[in-house]
Write a protein of this length. Structure first.
Length: 107
């Protein structure tokens, strides 16, 4: 029983590790691009063509410069793509306002 549980746990970890690997949109081939949600053969080819003509993407958001890739598609894939090994940055959180500095006590 314990052996089966450990085997299932190991298999799950192995599969999730592969799923966590981001696809570098600057080096990915057509098959790797097609593994992304919402990217089929035509969009994958468009990404490769755009990259060939315009050079590497500087940010993951630059993929929206490819004709046919809009915010909706980007929203689906932004967690799965990277540029030069750097994944998309998480959305910035609003920081709490800084505490007001108190005036020095009067003597």
């Amino acid at each position: 029983m314990l052996k089966k549980l450990l085997l299932a746990l190991f298999a799950g970890l192995a599969l999730s590790a592969g799923a966590l690997a981001a696809v570098d949109i600057n080096t990915a081939n057509q098959q790797q691009l097609e593994s992304l949600k919402g990217i089929g053969p035509e969009k994958a080819k468009d990404i490769i063509d755009y990259r060939s003509k315009n050079g590497p993407f500087k940010t993951t958001e630059d993929i929206m410069k490819v004709p046919g890739i809009k915010e909706g598609t980007y929203a689906k894939i932004k967690g799965e793509i990277s540029v030069g090994g750097k994944a998309a940055a998480p959305a910035a959180k609003a920081s709490a306002p800084a505490a007001k500095a108190s005036a020095p006590a009067k003597k």
